[in-house]
Design a protein around this ligand. Sequence first.
Ligand code: IPM
Ligand code: MG
Length: 357
Amino acid sequence: MKKQIAVLAGDGIGPEITDGAIKVLCAVAKKYHHTFTFEQLPIGGDAIDRFGEPLPKHTVERCLASDSVLLGAVGGPKWDGLGDGKRPESGLLAIRKAMGLYSNIRPAKLWKSLSDASPLKLPLAKKGIEIIVVRELTGGIYFGKRGSYYDDANGETAWDTEQYSVREIERITKIACELALKRSKKMISVDKANVLESSRLWRKTVHAYAEKHYPAVTVCDMLVDNCAMQIVKNPAQFDILLTSNMFGDILSDEAAQVTGSIGMLASSSLGDSSCGLYEPIHGSAPDIAGTDTANPIATVLSCAMMLRDSFGLTEESNAIEHAVERVLEEGYRTADLDGGIKKVGCREMAQLISERI
Ligand code: IPM
Ligand code: MG
């Protein structure tokens, strides 16, 4: 199989982790006789520095023309002072929107060999954690109208709006229901319906859609504040967790940490075509950029998702996951992971995984 992959390395540790992931993809290509070609493209702060904007048109065009996109991370203190639409993060939001990637899947799983890395008490962690966060990605407060103004009584004031349509809620509900059918047939939909009108529409729409089209799937609701608590109290109760853009952003970081480290959590972002964007859910970690201490596993596992979900290469995808599992079982750990016996850097971790493909 021949595939063209756009690589948006971005900022901070972005180049290190995507380099590691490419190394693993090359090992897969070699073993299974595929040809993967990679095209590096600018995004984020790097694109601002070189081209004056966080998402150059050329990057969008090339991503749309490729078979899939691998992204590292964007952002850093250097660009924090920039205004709305000019920051590195707006490049990421804009590429998600331009590619129509409304469905973001973030599987937070506690790997067996990492139960000692979870900050939860061992009996809790040992019950097993596998939370599949299904996050709506191109709507809600991230893309709602916003602004700021000055008034004499209150001074500077800013506002953002959370907005969802039935169409947006239905299409992400469909994704979550499809996943639920393949798993426990249960999903928890998370909202703030006791306060927000948009959440009340969310709740009503999720139920109506699931009951009509997926009667085999049981949908329960949970308020987001309670959900944040339940994730640390009893994470084993979750399987599919369906939620909005902002709640999904917040809860996926939390779910990631209870599984040991945010450095382990991969994600896929898809729309209606097979061309998706795959990225670790963590950020650019500017404090450790260039020190070869980042954990490349979230990015490597994002490639496993790419092979399965965009290219239909299930065996190859499993090979990556097994290689990660073996490396962890052998005791290799990057600095973010407690426990283990052999501390390794980003490059060595990627190398060890590719050797086990
Ligand atoms: C994520 C990130 C992004 C988001 C930022 C960098 C814009 O936190 O992918 O979770 O909020 O979606
Ligand atoms: Mg986030």
